[in-house]
Ligand binder design. Structure first.
Ligand code: NAP
Length: 291
């Protein structure tokens, strides 16, 4: 299939490479052009604009930082929407807000274009290993038709519902759950370290109890205080918790834990950890405990 891919950051570079290796004809675009070079060496075509990438593609992925980036790349001048043909589908895999996902769906519908949301769970290492969990939403027949693309990038695809924003709501609530694991590990590790106890033994017990990739991988990173280099940046993590809070507030569904974590992530930003992984929130808990 002719596939386009826009956004070759930590996640996008790995996902695009797997789409290429699965035998698709890939066209890539990235704002900072140098990030296209490794994929061009693997055989990808490089487009000069998002519109050019979209024109060449039956399915065009975007994997960009946030709402603003997706708005610029999709709806801006020479954007994806201006290049898409009638038979092409835009697949938005970025973690974006629910209102913006609704707006994107409206904009594509107005132009007679197909649009799916397909955000993913898994960090860059999982993306490289094709182990992502893909959460797709939108027209079910289109999701089913594009299943080979999702199989090329992940280990399982879930269908979240008939409107694209349904997948974004799942993704944001999922990131809230992951962040809550970071918060609880950080609080427990800090207390155990303050008591001079073996918090790495504690990790082994917790992984046995709660066993999951999130507990294993985030627990190990937090036990080792491995905050750099960032796999998932603090800035992006804060964006997600703010977005889940906005979504909940719109529904009058209180999420007190999300509010607390939003404050801790903000404090981590204010204390200069903006380029660290979002696990660096543990430093805030440590400082609060006088460690
Ligand atoms: P990243 O490494 O920071 O990459 C961000 C990408 O967005 C880059 O390609 C960047 O282009 C582009 N970008 C940012 N602002 C832009 C703008 N105004 N116009 C055009 N392009 C712009 O981020 P990432 O970790 O790959 O995350 C990408 C998305 O996946 C985010 O929505 C994130 O929440 C989500 N996600 C991340 C993870 C993870 O563990 N990292 C896991 C699941 C989902 P440049 O190269 O030019 O800066």
């Amino acid at each position: 299939m002719n596939v386009g891919f826009i956004g070759l950051g930590k996640m996008g570079a790995a996902i695009a490479s797997n789409l290429l290796r699965a035998g698709n004809q890939l066209t890539v675009y990235n704002r900072s052009a140098e990030k296209t070079e490794p994929l061009a060496k693997e055989g990808a075509q490089v487009a000069k604009t998002p519109a050019e990438a979209a024109t060449r593609s039956e399915a065009i992925f975007t994997m960009l930082a946030d709402d603003q980036a997706v708005a610029a790349v999709v709806l801006g001048e020479n954007g994806v929407a201006s290049g898409m043909g009638k038979n092409s589908v835009h697949i938005s895999s970025s973690t974006i807000s629910v209102p913006f996902a609704r707006l994107l769906a409206e904009e594509h519908t107005r132009r007679g274009q197909a649009f799916l949301s397909a955000p993913v769970f898994g960090r860059p290492e999982a993306a490289a290993a094709k182990k992502l969990l893909v959460v797709a939403a939108g027209d079910q027949a289109t999701v089913e038709r594009l299943q080979p693309l999702f199989d090329a990038i992940g280990r399982r695809t879930f269908f979240a519902g008939g409107e694209p924003w349904h997948a974004n709501a799942f993704k944001l609530c999922g990131n809230f759950m992951i962040c809550s694991a970071i918060e609880t590990f950080s609080e427990a590790f800090t207390t155990l370290r303050k008591a001079g106890l073996a918090h790495k033994e504690f990790l082994e017990i917790m992984v046995e109890l709660f066993g999951s990739p999130v507990y294993q991988n985030y627990g190990t990173a937090l036990a080792n205080r491995a905050f750099e280099p960032a796999g998932f940046g603090l800035r992006l993590g804060l964006k997600d918790i703010r977005q889940v809070l906005e979504f909940a507030q719109e529904l009058h569904a209180p999420m007190p834990l999300a509010s607390l974590m939003c404050d801790h992530l903000s404090a981590a930003m204010a204390n200069g950890y903006q380029d660290s992984d979002w696990t660096a929130v543990q430093r805030v808990l440590e400082r609060n405990a006088g460690l």
